[in-house]
Design a protein around this ligand. Structure first.
Ligand code: GDP
Length: 217
C-alpha cells in the first residue's frame, strides 16, 4: 500500500469515526458532576461566540448536538459526548465575554480549570480562535493556563468563510510565531469553517490521530 493509500485509509477511518454513534454522556455544572474518565478526551474551548458549538456539530455531522446560541457567555457547563468507544469530545465553557466587558483579568471558570489540571485521559484541547480576529488577551490567558497544566493544545481557526486567503495567511503566520513560545502548544494551526465545511475533514483526521496514538499507548 502506498503512503497515499494509507493517508486515504486513515481519512476514511476518521470520517467513519465521526459519522458513527455519538452520545451525550453528561453535562457537568459542578466539579462533582464531571464523569469519571474513561475514553481518551479531546476538549474544545474558545472565546464566547467563536463558533464552538457549530464546530462540534459540523465535526459530528449533527445539527444540534451542541447548542448553537446567539447569546454569548451562557453555557457554563462542561458537556461530554462519546464517539463510540473510541473518543470523548468535551465541550468546555467559552471565555472572555463577561470578564472583558468588565475590564477585569480573566478568571475563566474554576470548574474548567479543575477539569484541565486533573484529567489524565485528556489528550488535547482545541483552542478555537475566530479567523476574523486577532489573538486576544483572554486567549493568551488560556494558553498560559494550558502551559501551566502541561496539557497539549492546538489552535483551530473558525469562520474562515468570512476571511480572505491573505488575511488568513497573515493570521496563521503571526499565530505560529506566538505559539512557538508556548511549550504545550501544538505547532499545526487548522483552519475551519462550519458553514462551508472547509477544514472539517482535516480536523477529524487530526483528532482521530490523537485518539489512535493513545490506543497504541
Ligand atoms: P459558540 O458560542 O462558540 O458555541 O458559537 P456558536 O456555534 O453558537 O456560533 C456563534 C455564531 O457564529 C452563530 O451565529 C453561528 O451561526 C456563527 N457561526 C458559527 N460558525 C460559523 C462559520 O463557520 N461561519 C460563519 N460565517 N458563521 C459561523
Amino acid at each position: 500500500m502506498s503512503a497515499n493509500d494509507h493517508e486515504q485509509q486513515f481519512a476514511d477511518e476518521a470520517r467513519r469515526l465521526f459519522a458513527g454513534a455519538c452520545d451525550f454522556v453528561a453535562g457537568a455544572a459542578k466539579t462533582e458532576q464531571i464523569p469519571p474518565s474513561s475514553l481518551p478526551e479531546i476538549a474544545f474551548t474558545g472565546r464566547s461566540n467563536v463558533g464552538k458549538s457549530s464546530l462540534i456539530n459540523a465535526l459530528t455531522g449533527r445539527k444540534a448536538l451542541a447548542r448553537v446560541s446567539n447569546t454569548p457567555g451562557r453555557t457554563q457547563q462542561i458537556n461530554f459526548f462519546a464517539l463510540g468507544d473510541v473518543l470523548m469530545l468535551v465541550d468546555l465553557p467559552g471565555y472572555g465575554y463577561a470578564q472583558v466587558s468588565k475590564g477585569k483579568s480573566m478568571a475563566w471558570n474554576a470548574m474548567a480549570e479543575t477539569y484541565l489540571k486533573g484529567r489524565s485521559t485528556l489528550r488535547r484541547v482545541c483552542v478555537l480562535i475566530d479567523g476574523r480576529h486577532d489573538v486576544k488577551d483572554s486567549d493568551r490567558a488560556i494558553f498560559k493556563t494550558l502551559d501551566g497544566a502541561a496539557v497539549s493544545y492546538q489552535v483551530v481557526l473558525t469562520k474562515t468563510d468570512k476571511v480572505g486567503p491573505e488575511a488568513l495567511d497573515a493570521l496563521r503566520e503571526s499565530l505560529s510565531i506566538e505559539l512557538a513560545k508556548h511549550p504545550a502548544a501544538h505547532p499545526e494551526i487548522l483552519a475551519t469553517s462550519s458553514l462551508s465545511g472547509d477544514g472539517i475533514a482535516a480536523l477529524r483526521v487530526a483528532l482521530a490521530g490523537v485518539a489512535a496514538r493513545n490506543h497504541m499507548g
